[in-house]
Design a protein. Structure first.
Length: 312
């Protein structure tokens, strides 16, 4: 028997060591250090204030018009009832906000109930009668204020009236026609003196010039009209002067307190919404607190607008 031959020994092959994988180095910008707490608070407060200011502008130019339209419906119903019952006030002290007249001008589709008073809060409902002047249809110069943009802008088109146009006003003493004399602004000649026993109607609003035109009025404009026919007597007891807040382009500083109170409620609503979001979840929290926040925003906006000029 032959001897078995052993298999030749295989040489050991040493594989070169594979270096570990190293991702390509990318230059990364250094991380910015986080903003300090006070800076974050200032940024958040600034953003919140800006959003709140934008909301107030949106409210004044848009949503407030719906409120004014509803107020006009209520005032018109009150005026009709008072005229039918012969209880419409025609002189003496009249509470601000009381409907005193209906003004119409066909050329510009003007038809609004006029309330007593010209403070910013009074003019939310419509045109206002300055309390130290006679009522429409009475002897003397009757002055009516109206907003140009906010709360529906009831007087936004009165500057389109032309000499000879007719303005009709209905009060508890009857219906009176006025013929438009013209439009004037600060620095223009004043209308002539009224003849003894004559009557005049002056409509007052604001207008914007240049880039402010149409949305941010900043100067006063007037429309003068002369009463056609015999004026009615003015009962005694009218005011001989009005507070500064009732003058043209004035705000009402008394509205500052309600603004502060509404803002406090708004902050509490926001804090409550944040707390509820952590406890209940986002959907449930905002379902509950959205109406609360919107209501406080509405109230704060109504009050804040009264701080602005009353003819805007």
């Amino acid at each position: 028997m032959g001897t078995a031959t052993e298999a030749p020994e295989q040489p050991t092959v040493v594989q070169p060591a594979v270096p570990p994988y190293q991702p390509a180095h990318r230059d990364r910008p250094p991380r910015r250090p986080p903003l300090p707490g006070p800076a974050v608070a200032v940024i958040r407060i600034s953003i919140g204030s800006a959003l709140l200011a934008l909301w107030v502008v949106f409210f004044a130019l848009g949503l407030a018009g719906f409120e004014a339209a509803r107020s006009q419906l209520v005032l018109y119903s009150q005026l009709r009832t008072q005229l039918a019952d012969a209880t419409e006030p025609i002189g003496g002290p009249i509470d601000p906000g009381t409907p005193v007249a209906l003004i119409e001008a066909q050329r510009i589709d003007l038809r609004y109930v006029v309330v007593e008073g010209t403070a910013a809060g009074d003019l939310r409902a419509g045109p206002g009668h300055r309390r130290d002047t006679p009522l429409p249809g009475q002897a003397g110069t009757c002055v009516l204020y109206g907003r140009a943009t906010g709360f529906g802008g009831p007087f936004r088109h009165i500057l389109d009236l032309r000499p000879g146009d007719t303005i009709t006003v209905t009060t508890g003493q009857g219906t009176f026609g006025y013929r438009v004399d013209g439009v004037r602004r600060a620095g223009d000649p004043l209308p002539g003196l009224l003849p003894s026993g004559g009557g005049r109607l002056t409509l007052v609003t604001a207008e914007g010039v240049s880039w402010r035109a149409g949305w941010a009025p900043n100067r006063v404009a007037y429309v003068d009209a002369t009463l056609q026919g015999t004026p009615q007597p003015a009962p005694a007891g009218r005011l001989t002067g009005v507070p500064k807040a009732d003058l043209a382009m004035q705000g009402d500083p008394d509205a500052l307190v309600p603004v502060v109170l509404w803002l406090q409620l708004l902050i509490l609503g926001g804090v409550g919404a944040a707390w509820a979001q952590r406890r209940w979840g986002g959907a449930q929290a905002w379902l509950v607190f959205t109406p609360v926040i919107l209501a406080t925003l509405w109230g704060a906006s109504e009050s804040a607008i009264q701080l602005l000029p009353n003819l805007m």
